[in-house]
Design a protein around this ligand. Structure first.
Ligand code: DSN
Length: 423
């Protein structure tokens, strides 16, 4: 059931029309962008709640404004649930999103000029891990590690150790936004310890898979700090978070870096929505969800493999696949994104490792299963979608075929409506 937008309809037809348009788009199409998901109605209610009216600089029990009886309650709930989900002792739930969470982590752990060893963007890393176009790269020094072999996804840990010894980073940073394999967490921690650096992981993409115990938890291997968004596999509101395993001094630095270091008043409506989402993730059904996300990605992998389409990392061990559609089918990432959008499948073009094409029209596409798994797709439906994707890409100029696929996708979307509740 769609949300009630009657008040917006009554006073602002332009915005109401856009809201209805987005409702319809989400309802009739399939969302395969691996960093997107559908939240429950409960999360949306908290997100749109009266907490948006409140300023609450500071932290529970120590605020700079009055009237915090209820903001303290929701922030405490969010922090406690986050700690339980990720098996750690400290959580800061105020970061506005993933980039601010990473900036707070850098600000807390580094002095200007300090070095971070992070994954190269072109090999699956993230802009906020030190790409030259970002602000952190002007303040801190970023050095890189890469995959040894793009067809297996194996990281070159020997090279990483050598770079770490030479460059003396203060942070060894794991994490990615376009990488489909599990990292060797023990290697990261051992390299960080060897050079006296913090072992930090940006788990934004896989937070839900960790919380749902479908994959390993980096904290169990000794990582010191983890940053994340809350809106991807974790299926919460759009926002960020920083988690600290057990070091109270580090946690204090993180809190100070978030506020007053970088942010003002936290968005308490979002904090309340995080609390609700974390409650959902603690429910046993979330573990079933997280495990199914992986199974569904494997089902899509099998179809791409059967069609001999190259996948970076040789396939997937998580929720996403990065496919070299230009190398395998002669279709550029941009064309693939466009024709699939036309049939109702939303995904994104993406550079592949050592891509010879430009970022706005790269060789790859990135897609994943978090959102369609929320819609209760199983392996059979995911395999069917993958077949439709390949068929569309192989016949990208066939308008009649696209029409047929579009109808198939719409029927599938109708059969699997976006759920309102998960618990
Ligand atoms: N934009 C997110 C993603 O799609 O991976 C990362 O910031």
């Amino acid at each position: 059931m769609a949300m009630d937008y009657s008040s917006i309809e009554a006073q602002d037809t332009e915005v109401a029309a856009a809201l209805h348009g987005e409702e319809e788009r989400e309802k009739h199409g399939l969302e395969l962008i691996p960093s997107e998901n559908y939240v429950s109605r409960a999360v949306r209610e908290a997100n749109g709640s009266v907490f948006t009216n409140k300023y609450s600089e500071g932290y529970p029990g120590a605020r700079y404004y009055g009237g915090q009886q209820f903001t303290d309650v929701v922030e405490d709930i969010a922090r406690e649930r986050a700690k339980k989900l990720f098996n750690c002792q400290f959580a800061n739930v105020q970061p506005l999103s993933g980039a601010p969470a990473n900036l707070a982590m850098y600000a807390a752990l580094l002095e200007p000029g300090d070095t971070v060893l992070g994954m190269d963007l072109s090999h699956g890393g993230h802009l906020t891990h030190g790409h030259p176009v970002t602000f952190p790269s002007k303040v801190f020094r970023f050095v890189r590690y890469k995959m040894k072999n793009a067809d297996t996804g194996e990281i070159d840990y020997d090279e990483m150790r050598e770079v770490a010894k030479k460059e003396k980073p203060k942070i060894v940073l794991a994490g990615f936004s376009a990488y489909s394999r599990e990292l060797d967490y023990a290697q990261f921690v051992s390299i960080a310890r060897e050079v006296g650096a913090y072992a930090v992981m940006d788990i934004a993409h896989i937070a839900g898979l960790i919380a749902g115990k479908a994959i390993k938890n980096p904290f169990d291997f000794g990582f010191d700090v983890m940053t994340t968004t809350t809106h991807k596999t974790l299926r919460g509101p759009r926002g960020g978070m920083v988690l600290v395993r057990d070091d109270a001094e580090v946690a204090k630095k993180i809190d100070k870096a978030v506020f007053p270091g970088l942010q003002g008043g936290p968005h308490m409506n979002v904090v309340a929505a995080k609390a609700v989402a974390f409650g959902e993730a603690l429910h046993p059904s979330f573990q079933v969800y997280a495990t199914q996300v992986l199974k569904n990605a494997k089902a899509m992998e099998a179809v791409f493999r059967a069609h001999n389409i190259r996948m970076l990392g040789g396939g997937t061990s998580n929720h996403l696949i990065l496919a070299d559609v230009y190398g395998s089918l002669g279709v550029t990432g941009q064309d693939a994104e466009r024709v699939l959008d036309e049939v109702g499948i939303t995904l994104n073009k993406n550079a592949i490792a050592d891509d010879t094409r430009k970022p706005m029209d790269p060789s790859g596409i990135r897609f994943g299963t978090p959102a369609i798994t929320t819609r209760k797709f199983g392996e059979a439906e995911c395999a069917h979608v993958a077949e439709l994707m390949v068929e569309t890409l192989k016949n990208k100029d066939d308008a009649l075929l696209r029409e047929r696929v579009r109808a198939d996708i719409k029927a599938l979307a109708q059969k699997f409506p976006i759920p309102e509740s998960f618990v």
